[in-house]
Design a protein around this ligand. Structure first.
Ligand code: EPU
Length: 337
């Protein structure tokens, strides 16, 4: 187990904000996690469990304990002619899992290629891209209750998944720390989702396979999204808003070109990136914070930005989009501090 005091979180958040944590703890096994949870000092302090830090906005130094999982491993726990069940440690890089599956020609997560972050956080956030979400393959999520220290194995249904949401994100529930996930992948009879946006186009003339789709998704992402190693960012800053059919009709009459997608219960998901671009923010910068020139949903740290500065730009985007369209943008990024 690693325990450090006054630890720089610059490498632990993809905005690369140079904030400090009072304590940083990293564990490699469930037993080590149990020891941390049962520690009296830990229980007295405020704490935050992080994954790859690809969805966090630190507004200040963190005056508490940052906890990070190094639980690794990808193990086939069940295999038939048609499918495999893979158990993955929460601390595995999510994209290593996708690369591993694609190399084996196992299907189900290829559309989720190249998403930064770790497997545990991917399951917590229900990551999604190109018409797929991790909830479509999650079999179980293994997690420890931070208050009772008990381990619970959640079924997919118990995770209560919906767009960028799960049981684990609801602050009304007891806090849980995810240690392993199991995912169900196809070996034959793959069902590919290639009808999202540019994916079909990028795959034209190719035989469909998990590896071919992975390559195409990576190409598209690289052409649209900034690499956090080069330009600090946290992917989509806001969620795509889901609006009522009446509100949608009103906007569609006024803006016939507005992109939209059907959502649950007759509601409609509209593109936050499009709304932001219409307001003229795309490519604009304010100090060291910019709205990425190729994708308006991404805020970038040009170098030296603070969390507060990023939050201010986000606030101004929210206000402008709301006064022009009457649509509320909700951050996907989690503010800390
Ligand atoms: N659009 C614009 N201007 C922009 C950006 C987008 O007009 O600046 C329009 C596009 O032309 C397109 C539509 O909005 O018609 C959707 O754009 P895109 O396919 O780029 O996807 P998105 O809805 O902006 C979502 C996810 C991404 C995911 C992509 C691809 C959310 C919040 N974001 O973005 O996820 O990669 O779809 O599936 O749902 C992330 O969560 O961090 C993330 C990057």
């Amino acid at each position: 187990m690693k325990i450090e005091q006054n630890y720089s979180l610059e490498k632990q958040n993809t905005f690369h904000l140079p904030v400090m944590a009072r304590w940083f703890m990293e564990y490699e096994t469930e037993e080590e996690l149990q020891r941390i949870l049962r520690d009296e000092y830990f229980q007295e302090c405020s704490s935050l469990h992080i994954g790859g830090g690809s969805n966090l906005l630190f507004l200040n130094d963190y005056n508490g304990i940052i906890v990070h999982s190094l639980i690794k491993g990808m193990e086939v726990v069940e295999e038939t002619t048609d499918q495999v069940i893979l158990r993955v440690g929460a601390g595995e890089l999510w994209d290593d899992v996708v690369a591993f599956a694609a190399a084996k020609e196992w299907g189900g997560i290829e559309n989720l290629s190249h998403i930064p972050g770790e497997a545990g956080a991917a399951a917590l956030q229900n990551i999604g891209a190109y018409g797929a979400e991790i909830k479509d393959v999650i079999q179980t999520v293994e997690a420890y209750n931070q208050l009772t220290f008990e381990k619970r194995i959640f079924t997919n249904e118990e995770c209560q998944y919906s767009y960028r949401y799960s049981f684990f994100k609801n602050e009304q529930n007891d806090p849980y720390i995810i240690t392993y996930i199991t995912i169900r992948l196809t070996k034959n009879h793959h069902v590919f989702h290639t009808d999202y946006g540019l994916l079909n186009q990028a795959l034209e003339g190719q035989r469909l396979s998990p590896a071919a789709i992975r390559d195409a998704v990576i190409r598209i992402r690289q052409s649209k999204l900034p690499d956090p190693e080069q330009l600090g960012n946290a992917g989509s800053f806001f969620m795509n808003p889901i609006i009522s059919p009446e509100k949608y009709q009103q906007l569609k009459n006024e803006y016939p070109d507005m992109p939209s997608y059907p959502a649950a219960d007759g509601r409609v998901k509209v593109s936050a990136g499009w709304l932001i671009e219409q307001c003229g923010f795309k490519g604009q910068s304010h100090g060291a914070v910019a709205v990425y020139e190729k994708q308006a949903l991404v805020l970038v740290n040009l170098g030296g930005a603070t969390g507060d500065e990023i939050a201010l730009v986000a606030e101004s985007i929210r206000d402008t989009v709301f006064s022009r369209f009457g649509v509320e943008l909700i951050p996907e990024v989690r503010y800390i501090g």
